[in-house]
Write a protein that binds this ligand. Structure first.
Ligand SMILES: [Fe+2]
Ligand SMILES: [Fe+2]
Length: 276
């Protein structure tokens, strides 16, 4: 198994400095750090599924792809802002924030539960990079985001495939599936993103700044979630519903996606007004 693309496939010579959005650049710097770190989940996932060699092989490729997402975004951010050092910001981020991956069993309580949570994460990333691709005027960023969005969608399918295998052994109730899926969606604002935003955007300009989890988490949230359009939220809602084994088409899917979109608009609007 190999990665679908490499950094050499990107058309870097098409880079157009005049088309770089400063706000999108802040989001990309943050995402680069989180992606580069997420390869560390490989050992955690192997611990959670200790006897599944096939899964280990697939998860190793998955980890390489996640790291490559970080490298591609980091390289683009360095092109867009030559004062930015991906390596320095990543080192700082890793010093500030250690991934909670030292566990032998799933923090979600069971193997199928872990796979549902992974599907929710990949839903978040695939729709997030689709939103970046659609918002980016800079062609190289649009190309990178498109490649990553496709990878993330395939990651979703990978974990969904394993979920189907593992649910037979210990199936979860609907309440349990929803608890895990919604719980993971709520973590979208978690500390990790606040730390990454801080390390990528704040410390390089203000080295003695103090970290505030709520404040920087929200600073990132309004920039990142502000990129989403209704179609991205619609896709995300239906992918999350399928991850929890609910029918995603029909009235329930329509209502859930309208509610989710209203919530995102309300929350981004509130944070923007607060910041202004
Ligand atoms: Fe990724
Ligand atoms: Fe992914």
């Amino acid at each position: 198994m190999n990665k679908r693309w490499t950094l050499e496939d990107i058309h870097w010579n098409r880079f157009d400095r005049a088309a770089v959005s400063p706000r999108l650049l802040e989001v990309v710097k943050t995402a680069a750090l989180v992606e580069a770190n997420s390869g560390d989940y490989v050992s955690y996932l192997k611990n959670v599924f200790p006897d599944d060699r096939t899964f280990h092989r697939e998860v190793e490729v998955w980890g390489l792809e996640e790291r490559q997402h970080g490298e591609a975004l980091g390289r683009w951010a360095e092109l867009a802002d030559p004062s930015f050092s991906f390596a320095e910001s990543l080192a700082l981020f890793q010093k500030l924030y250690a991934l909670p991956v030292q566990s032998d069993s799933s923090v979600r309580g069971s193997q199928p539960g872990e796979l549902i949570a992974r599907c929710v994460v990949e839903t978040g990333t695939s729709t997030f990079y689709s939103a970046i691709r659609d918002a980016a005027k800079e062609p190289v960023l649009a190309e990178i985001a498109d490649n990553i969005a496709t990878d993330e969608f395939l990651h979703y399918q990978l974990f969904k495939r394993y979920y189907r295998r593992y649910e037979a052994a210990s199936s979860l109730s609907l309440v349990e599936r929803l608890r895990i899926a919604v719980g993971r969606v709520n973590e979208a604002e978690d500390e990790e993103l606040g730390y990454a935003y801080f390390a990528a955007n704040v410390v390089p300009k203000t080295p003695d700044a103090h970290f505030d989890a709520d404040f920087y988490g929200q600073e990132y949230y309004r920039r990142a979630m502000g990129l989403y359009r209704e179609r991205h939220i619609n896709t995300a809602t239906r992918m999350i519903m399928r991850a929890a084994c609910l029918k995603s088409h029909g009235r329930l899917g329509d209502i859930a996606s309208k509610l989710f979109w209203s919530f995102v608009q309300w929350k981004v609007g509130r944070l923007e007004r607060h910041a202004a």
